[in-house]
Design a protein around this ligand. Structure first.
Ligand code: NDP
Ligand code: ZN
Length: 355
């Protein structure tokens, strides 16, 4: 079967032949339909993040997959069920985080991530997975199933952010998404169209015309250019916001989020920056944090509950959102195109097969 692999740091993925995997006990064999590409894959390809399985020199890419059960093995699935695999697996047997269904809360060393770190991913014509790591999705969402994993990241981030505001009377009326990459834009659509936030903003650093700016405006949100309006100026130029969702990976934004928030507001940080030393007025930020009851939560990965919530959320979003957001789905013959980085590329996927 064909697989798409990368030698970390090689700078580009390679298509190879590998034997079809044999499911172990409690595992199903899944025929892969589509696998999405995101910023994390680009980081892995560039060699900034991730690693191959122990003892291997290559990693099979892909962590945003949808497939169809080909052989249920001893599992409760039936042939033809459409499923989305979760990403984390225990490194050696199981551990407490996996046993209680919270692999996303496991610290480093207590997990591997398929297609990212220490375990082969889903960019293969067939994959195997334990039944408990496969989330069923309705057949009519199969073509969008590769978006379940990224949406699950946002389900978790919003769950954690909103939970911190639960003890008191709090209305989410305004929200700011930092970053117009695929994760930021998907989240913006969830905020405006599912959570029905009245006033939404999305920060980028692009000139018009740009498809991501069009998308922001088609959602009824306001585009903020960080070169004209840096994050700390957003309260004066627009308004202080109840919620910030940081999806740039630009480290200053984590701290500037405190300044963009309205009193009692909350920021969710999902971007993953590299090391960067810079100056901040720590005293002012600390004071602002405390005197206005602000909160920041950092979150990574997601668990099965978030995948299930993401399936519902995908079903709630209007079709035009996906038509605009998914800018390319490419067959194996032209898989390289799915990894292109141009300003007119928002979200892409490699298609291995169809239903
Ligand atoms: P992208 O790289 O596609 O998107 C990041 C976006 O932020 C880009 O559009 C970029 O603009 C914009 N940006 C960066 N710096 C600035 C700035 N200073 N001002 C304005 N805009 C800026 O990544 P994704 O959307 O795939 O993911 C977003 C982040 O979330 C990444 O850091 C990723 O690593 C992280 N991530 C975290 C997960 C988690 O579990 N916590 C899971 C998945 C992703 P431009 O394109 O114009 O350069
Ligand atoms: Zn992803």
């Amino acid at each position: 079967m064909d697989v798409i692999t990368v030698e970390p740091g090689a700078g580009e993925p390679t298509r190879l032949e590998r034997p079809r995997p044999e499911p172990g006990s409690g595992e199903a064999l899944v025929r892969t339909l589509r696998v999405g590409v995101d910023g994390t894959d680009r980081e892995v390809i560039a060699g900034h993040h991730g690693e191959p399985p122990e003892g291997a020199d290559r990693l099979v890419l892909g962590h945003e997959a949808v497939g169809v059960v080909e052989k249920p093995g001893g599992t409760d699935f039936a042939v033809g069920d459409v499923v989305v695999p979760t990403v984390r697996r225990p490194p050696n047997g199981s551990n407490a985080y996996f046993e209680r269904g919270e692999p996303d809360m496991a610290p480093e060393g207590e997990y591997v991530e398929r297609g990212i770190a220490g375990a082969d991913g889903f960019m293969a014509e067939y994959v195997t997975s334990p039944a408990e790591d496969l989330v069923p999705i309705p057949e009519d969402l199969a073509h969008l199933g590769f978006l379940v994993e990224p949406v699950s990241i946002t389900e978790k981030a919003l769950e954690y952010a909103l939970a911190s505001r639960e003890p008191f009377e709090w209305d989410l009326e305004s929200a700011l998404v930092l970053g117009n990459g695929s994760l930021g834009l998907l989240t913006l659509a969830i905020l405006t169209d599912v959570l029905e936030v009245e006033r939404a903003y999305c920060l980028g650093r692009r000139d018009r015309p740009d498809p991501t700016i069009d998308f922001v405006e088609d959602l009824g949100a306001t585009y903020v250019d960080s070169r004209e309006t840096p994050v700390p100026e957003i309260p004066d130029v627009h308004e202080p916001v109840d919620l910030v969702y940081e999806a740039t990976g630009y480290a200053r934004h984590a701290f500037e989020t405190i300044e963009a928030l309205a009193p009692n507001g909350v920021g969710a940080l999902v971007g993953v920056p590299g090391d960067w030393e810079f100056e901040i007025d720590g005293g002012r930020l600390h004071r602002e944090f405390v005197l206005h009851n602000k909160a920041l939560v950092g979150t990574v990965n997601s668990n099965r509950d978030h995948f299930e919530a993401a399936v519902d959320t995908l079903g709630d979003l209007p079709d035009w959102v996906f038509e605009d957001l998914v800018t390319g789905v490419y067959g194996l013959e032209e898989y390289e195109k799915a990894f292109d980085e141009r300003d007119d590329v928002i979200k892409t996927a490699v298609e291995f097969d169809s239903l």
